[in-house]
Design a protein around this ligand. Structure first.
Ligand code: DER
Length: 266
């Protein structure tokens, strides 16, 4: 069972469980898993033609056909905007649709309380805006993303979008918060740092496991290393635009397992 197959499993399950003929405004996340979210939405646009025989292959669910002409899709990045356009779906922008019915997105890690680290693709600012504007925020991910606590498997660090002008000041502030494992995210096929869709830099800051058992920070500003406390402390730093911690936002998460057919649900 490949990782790609497990992403597809999770994406299809999320779409088949939550999208029906009444769904109109849909937020599309960013990353590799959401490619399969859009793939399934397009298939559901014509159940008969795509021979889905009305049944989801993983369950006895009856699949309603989606009237895609009546639906609008809100992107969370340049990548997801392109995905919507390339699949001939109606594109809507967040400033036109502030009440989104449902957003389905990926994640880099999800803990047992449905808190998530996002931003592996450096898209977490727009993803969080769209997720917060959604009545339902659903995560679809492969089995490697499921953890007990954040920081257990995703050790690349919490993605933090920062203003380029003062990124070194933010690095210093993060050290004062107790983070020693920090780096400015550099481009792979681009010299210098990556630039987000919003023209900013990304710092990845690893605070260890966010299990709420340790104190972080300098003497004057000690705080517990829970996802909510770490999010608050980072967000308050001057120069920080958005933090890749989605705390208490997801309603449910689907993980494609590595057995080739099962999907676990959190
Ligand atoms: O950057 C992001 O937040 C993406 O959603 C990412 O976390 C998920 O990436 P994947 O679907 O490619 O694993």
């Amino acid at each position: 069972m490949s990782l790609t197959d497990s992403k597809r499993l999770a994406a299809y399950k999320a779409v088949d469980t939550h999208l029906n003929s009444a769904t109109r405004i849909i937020g599309i996340g960013s990353g590799s898993t959401v490619v399969f979210v859009v793939e399934r939405i397009v298939q559901r646009g014509n159940v008969k033609k795509n021979k889905l025989d009305g049944k989801n292959e993983n369950s006895n669910q009856v699949l309603e056909e989606l009237d895609l002409a009546q639906c609008v899709f809100v992107p969370t990045s340049f990548q997801s905007r392109q995905l919507i356009i390339d699949n001939g779906l109606n594109l809507g922008e967040i400033d036109q649709y502030q009440e989104i019915d449902i957003t389905i997105d990926g994640a880099d890690e999800v803990d047992e309380n449905l808190n998530a680290i996002k931003g592996g693709g450096a898209c977490h600012l727009r993803e969080k805006v769209v997720a917060e504007s959604s009545k339902k925020f659903i995560i679809a991910a492969d089995y490697t993303k499921k953890s007990t606590v954040l920081g257990e498997k995703w050790i690349q660090g919490i993605p933090i979008e920062v203003i380029p002008f003062c990124y070194s000041l933010v690095l210093n502030s993060l050290r004062l918060l107790g983070c020693q494992n920090l780096n400015l995210r550099m481009g792979k096929n681009k010299a210098g740092p990556i630039i987000t869709d919003n023209g900013n830099f990304v710092i990845d800051a690893y605070f260890g496991k966010l299990d709420g058992q340790q104190f972080l920070g300098s003497d004057k500003f000690m705080f517990i290393n829970s996802p909510s406390e770490v999010l608050k402390r980072i967000k308050l730093l001057t120069g920080v635009v958005e933090v890749g911690l989605f705390v208490g936002m997801a309603e449910i998460a689907y993980f494609g397992e590595d057995d080739g057919h099962s999907v676990s649900i959190l």
